[in-house]
Design a protein around this ligand. Sequence first.
Ligand SMILES: Cc1ncc(C[n+]2csc(CCOP(=O)(O)OP(=O)(O)O)c2C)c(N)n1
Length: 542
Amino acid sequence: MRGADLLVKTLVDADVTKIFALSGNQIMSIFDASIGTGLELIHTRHEAAAVHMADAWGRLTDRPGIALITAGPGFANALSALYVAKVAESPLVLLSGHTPVNQLGLGAFQEMPQAAMAAHVTKASWMASDASQLGNDIEKALLIASHGRPGPVQISLPADVLESELVAVPADSVSDALASLSTVRLTDGAIGQLASALGNARRPLVLGGPAFTRGLPAEALRAFSEATGVPAIGMESPRGVNDPSLGAFAEVLVQADLVLLLGKRLDFMVQFGSGADINPDALFMHVDFDEDAIAHTKTRLEAMGKTSGAQVGDPLDAVQRLTGAVRSASNDWRNEVREAVAHRPVQWREIEHAQGEPLHAVEIGRAVQAFLDGGADSIYVSDGGEVGQWAQACLSTSRRVINGPSGSIGSSIPMAIGARAANPDSRIVTMLGDGTFGFHPAEFDTAVRNNLPFIAVIGNDSAWNAEYQIQVRDYGEDRLIGCELLPSTRYDEVAKALGGYGELVTEASEIGPALQRAHDSGLPSCINVIMARNAAPIIRRG
Ligand SMILES: Cc1ncc(C[n+]2csc(CCOP(=O)(O)OP(=O)(O)O)c2C)c(N)n1
């Protein structure tokens, strides 16, 4: 048995069924070892795409997605996608090939200090150095990725370690990793203090970090709010308090007199605790997994001359215990917050483009929502850019995947494929801009080869519109540069050429039927919708 065989066996024993991969010299032993094991290799066209797929898998299943890529340049291609996953708190394990140990430091082919490079964009990263420990390496990585604050873990796998024959397979032992992962539970006294602070506040608000927007943590936040009457929101948008899926949330945030952050850093998403949408007298409390996040909050609050209620502790455990411990006097405040979050301008219902003009984003959203509503457990995947913001304002499903706090564009096509791999029966629609389509169009080929259909709806405004809007706003209409794209590019034909289905749409009434035909085709599809350059929405009730 080779190191590579032990690695694959460990993955299979851990119920891993699919790996998102791209081949390369240093990892071919793992490809070889996977034959006949039932482990499916979904091989992609770009390393970042493989990581985005594993990211979507992780966010939708709460079990780490696995990506496997080659050393050096292949590994470096994945760094940006790791950053997306890290700040979205998504559990995944990236396995990358590496220079053989016996060539380290000799100027070997594709040698890079991979673990050090990945350290900035992962929860943990290391180089495996002993074939007989590869099983432990994998088990440790799976644990770290999903324990506490979820996140990506990277292991560099030297080719000679993978290829060496094992002398004896050691008994599994991950106890060291388990010990280092134990999370601190708040004391009963600390829970009591939080409960009384929440109970005494007139307008308390609980804000959860990205991991609290999905799965068990999201459920716990909902249950807490239901039981206590205290509003609780999970945050994951790069637009922070102006998250378009949170409607007019900024209008209620500014009224909050106590903000309890649960696994949510006091960062740009909450205006560092002192922006235009924060009540200057608001008290901040913070429970988080790691000392780093808490130390940052303490320093920040001190600089603002505020007392800090920040402490290390498991925020999920905290919200579960607070659920039975707090009771607010009335549900009025929570209902007001819910109403603000659900708010969308009534005028949006009436929006229709004028004859001869391109469609408005809201018209696309309306048709896509109707299509999503036609399936059970539909999932939408949103990219960034202006069209992504409109998608997030207009669409609602019980589960979604967005680019997240990174604000990175380009992930949505691979994420839709990862979502499909994890959810064979759901309708999966992604919305993205025409600029962003250019990042990973070749993944249509991956989706066709692996029979992983999804529908990409392009809001085609022939521009990098988000940046075009910045130019219009900050520099003036007479100083536009570098943001135009060709209006005639047939992205739908690109999808067709890669074996998928495609349609060009210019009328609102055509979107629904086009979505249905795309769905019926059973193929990865691209609906290329010509639309206006709508600036992203900022939703207010007034
Ligand atoms: C990886 C990455 N590159 C560049 C940007 C900057 N950026 C943000 S939105 C955007 C424009 C997106 O254009 P498009 O996909 O056409 O969507 P639109 O804004 O036109 O709706 C750009 C270039 C980014 N956020 N991430």
